[in-house]
Design a protein around this ligand. Structure first.
Ligand code: CAO
Length: 412
């Protein structure tokens, strides 16, 4: 079976997480991803947070599957020549260097267009054009500048970052969408274009509902927030703890036996109130006008969840999930990374996969979360540093002598 992006060649100049998360997905969709790395060192994450001595870190192996590695110093004369050749034969270039790094190498967008007008040039930067455009950005910086930190955590505690890498992998997936659209447009126009995603923008896009609430705040308190009705609202959207960001109230409730992740998130849809009350043995509240409508419950949500928690603490989160789902009540157990790593259905769908690596042996990773019926994903191991240098150079027309000379030069 062919794969969706078969025949598409990516010049992958990415490093760390945001860019690599994008090109890994393109690889899973079938593109040939050629990862360019600095000779001798490679992507800095190869050696960061290592769990085994002298072996590529999980940070690297989990973000660079299905790619080939070519070591190339693009600041040498020979390196620039090889880079120009790669620009010639590739469809898409992806990079997430600090602002201006590619220009400093001598490859501005204008120059790239001259070299290959069909090339799509995709970048992740910390900020879009404006006062901050030249600043470097990492994950948590983006979470802070994109509105996530100010709206995450509890009212009486400092702002908090989330474990979901919404700045890095969130920007990566936004970039994938832009690249695929540009590829489709190129089918019609024959021209490449520039695709840019700023991490601040990607995070803000994922915090859309909080900007919604900022505007609602002008018209009165946010009644589904834990600050209502007893606390105060200031000028900006406050941290809402674990209150639901949607239209239906929800809360994390404790379960048995009381371990750090023995919790379940329960949402009270209007139609779920009666079944919930029946399950917890409070049939008296099913039709009580003081409790039975969303409006009546709004000023006492904490009491509502307290009642339900009195029942959830007597069961495990999985028992609660079974019972509530049998009555169509939306809920979700808080799953630990250990539980997710061992989850049989995630293994069966390839969302969690074991990959054999030539130096570290088997490692566990998150496979392709995007499932295409006509384009299956097979996750292959991340490349060793420079594993494919000669293979790729031969493919683009270099012979043995030229390869040896480039190596002598330090270009590869
Ligand atoms: N050949 C020659 N030079 C190379 C090279 C190669 N193959 N690969 C990298 N380099 C050079 C770059 O050209 C740059 O040189 P100059 O500073 O002289 O222009 C240098 O290596 C360092 O690149 P950098 O500034 O991007 O790296 P850094 O570690 O200092 O900063 C980061 C890292 C992530 C903060 C920065 O790249 C950044 O802000 N990127 C944009 C936002 C982003 O993606 N952040 C996500 C980080 S986590 O996913």
């Amino acid at each position: 079976m062919t794969r969706a992006l078969e025949g598409v060649r990516i010049l992958d100049m990415t490093h760390v997480q945001s860019g690599p998360s994008c090109t890994q997905i393109l690889g899973w969709l079938g593109a040939d991803v050629i990862k360019i790395e600095l000779p001798g060192r490679g992507d800095i994450t190869r050696s960061q947070l290592r769990d085994l001595p002298d072996v590529d870190s999980l940070y690297f192996t989990m973000l660079n599957c299905n790619k080939r590695s070519l070591t190339l110093n693009t600041k040498t004369g020979k390196g620039k020549e090889i880079f120009r050749k790669l620009i010639d034969v590739c469809d898409i270039m992806v990079e997430n260097f600090a602002p201006g790094a590619l220009d400093r190498m001598g490859f501005s967008w204008a120059r790239i267009q001259e070299l290959n007008p069909r090339l799509i040039y995709a970048s992740v930067k910390g900020f879009g054009p404006g006062a901050y455009e030249n600043f470097k950005v990492y994950e948590n910086v983006a979470q802070c500048t994109g509105g996530s930190a100010s709206t995450t955590g509890f009212d009486d505690r400092p702002p908090m970052v989330t474990g979901a890498q919404i700045g890095d992998s969130g920007s990566g997936i936004h970039l994938v969408a832009g690249i695929l659209a540009a590829l489709l447009q190129r089918e019609k126009t024959g021209r490449g274009q520039r695709v840019e995603v700023a991490m601040q923008d990607a995070v803000l896009n994922l915090c859309r509902v909080k900007l919604r609430d900022q505007q609602r705040l002008a018209h009165g308190p946010l009644k589904e927030y834990p600050q209502y009705p007893n606390g105060k609202f200031g000028e900006a959207v406050p941290r809402a703890g674990d209150a639901s960001g949607g239209g239906q109230p929800g809360h994390v409730l404790q379960c048995a036996p009381g371990g750090p992740n023995d919790y379940i998130y329960v949402v009270i849809q209007p139609q779920a109130w009666a079944p919930l009350m029946e399950i917890i043995g409070r049939e008296d509240l099913m039709d009580d006008p003081e409790w039975s409508t969303p409006r009546a419950r709004l000023h006492k949500l904490e009491d509502c969840f307290h009642l339900i928690e009195g029942w959830t603490v007597t069961k495990t989160k999985f028992e609660v999930m079974e019972i509530l789902n049998a009555h169509n009540v939306p809920c979700g157990p808080v799953l630990s990374m250990k539980e997710l790593a061992e989850d049989a259905s995630l293994r069966a769908t390839g969302t969690v996969v074991e990959v054999e690596h030539p130096e570290r042996g088997k490692f566990l990773t998150v496979g392709n979360p995007i499932k295409l019926s006509d384009s299956p994903t097979e996750v292959t191991h991340s490349p060793l540093l420079g594993e494919h240098t000669e293979e790729i150079l031969r493919e683009i027309g270099y012979g043995d002598n030229e390869i040896a000379a480039a190596r002598e030069d330090g270009a590869i």
